[in-house]
Design a protein around this ligand. Structure first.
Ligand code: SAH
Length: 332
């Protein structure tokens, strides 16, 4: 659907509950037309919290005094084994930018996962790398790559990241990933410090133009020990509204109901599905490392967002009229 920038501005700022209800109902309808009442699941494996970057918002930034860990390839394969038995057909390997995970280590791991679970998709979310590195990971069999653009506004990007990080490089990574044949995920935090309606309009314009196969958005949540620890969290309502708008702008997009939403609101993920989301990403990381991957405060890790509680998640989704199939959940 084409929405003018004035229409988008109105949808982002209106306080008319009828307008918001109409927006989410339309987003639900559009999602149902493309994907049906199906919510795809991905098993999230947080492979390392070591990171060479120093993003101002992130609880595992280089300067954060958090306890560091990394999973071994054996531990990661174990997570996949448990996940496959639970019915996961996509594994998302996410982590900080950790030089220990060289191309060689990752390619061996990707090949092992694909050999053992040929019916599964492998998604990587390991930050920025060079084009050659992305090409090797793709050749080894990785299917998808999540790299949120964080903000499409260059000035805003500079306020969220240290000077050594580059807006252009992040955007270049997204284009390289696309060229190399990955299904690409972009996205941003809602309510990050210095975000405005205008920067959000730029995010929406970027999404309409680049058309990533996936868009991950969730509220910003302050993380202790970061420069933004005393900033306010983003709004659940605005996040839901943005999910609905993104569904209308890009009907085929895969749109996760993120853990950050579930963290701020007990039924945040159900409400996201009712606003057009169609993906959930339960946590498959080993129990004892989940708390250490603390990108923000109070991140959920033991309730229905945990992979062991799949039955609970399925019931929650069924209760609002959705099934959670055993399926890779590819872009349609
Ligand atoms: N190193 C990878 C993965 C980062 S974690 C990368 O650079 O892509 C995944 C996402 O979590 C980030 O892209 C960011 O949008 C989000 N995130 C980080 N800190 C957050 C916070 N304090 N609140 C909410 N989301 C956060």
């Amino acid at each position: 659907m084409n929405l003018s920038s004035n229409e988008l501005r109105h949808l982002l700022t209106t306080s008319d509950p009828a307008a918001i209800d109409a927006l989410t109902a339309e987003a639900r309808h559009v999602r149902d037309e493309v994907y049906g009442r199906r919510v795809f699941m991905r098993g999230l494996i947080e492979i390392t919290n070591h990171c060479r970057n120093n993003c101002l918002y992130c609880g595992i930034r280089r300067d954060a005094h958090c306890r560091r860990y990394r999973l071994t390839p054996e531990q990661i394969l174990d997570c996949c084994r448990i996940g496959h038995a639970l019915g996961f057909r996509t594994f998302v390997l996410q982590g900080g930018e950790d030089a220990w995970f060289t191309d060689e280590v990752l390619c061996t791991l990707i090949r092992d996962i694909k050999r053992q679970y040929p019916d599964c998709a492998v998604t990587l979310s390991l930050g920025e790398r060079g084009r050659d590195s992305f090409a090797r990971l793709r050749d080894a069999g990785a299917d998808r790559y999540l790299l949120r653009h964080e903000t499409a506004d260059r000035t805003h990007y500079g306020l969220l990241h240290p000077a050594e990080m580059s807006f252009d490089h992040r955007m270049q990574c997204l284009r390289d990933l696309r060229d190399l044949g990955f299904q690409v995920g972009a996205g941003f935090m809602v309510g990050s410090p210095h975000q405005t309606v205008d920067t959000l309009l730029e995010d929406l314009a970027f999404i309409s133009d680049f058309r990533p196969e996936m868009v991950g958005i969730g509220p910003f949540i302050p993380a202790d020990g970061t420069p933004f620890e005393h900033e306010r969290a983003g709004s659940v309502e605005l996040t839901l509204r943005l999910l609905a708008i993104i569904r209308l702008l890009h009907p085929h997009v895969l749109l996760p109901a993120t853990t950050a939403l579930g963290t701020l609101h007990p039924t945040g993920r159900e409400r996201a599905v009712e606003a057009g989301a169609n993906v959930v990403m339960p946590n498959l990381s080993p129990q004892d490392t989940r708390a250490l991957y603390a990108i923000y405060n109070n991140k959920l890790s033991t309730g229905s967002e945990a992979a062991e509680s799949l039955a609970d998640l399925r019931l929650r989704m069924q209760a609002i009229g959705y099934e959670v199939p055993v399926d890779r959940g590819d872009f349609a």
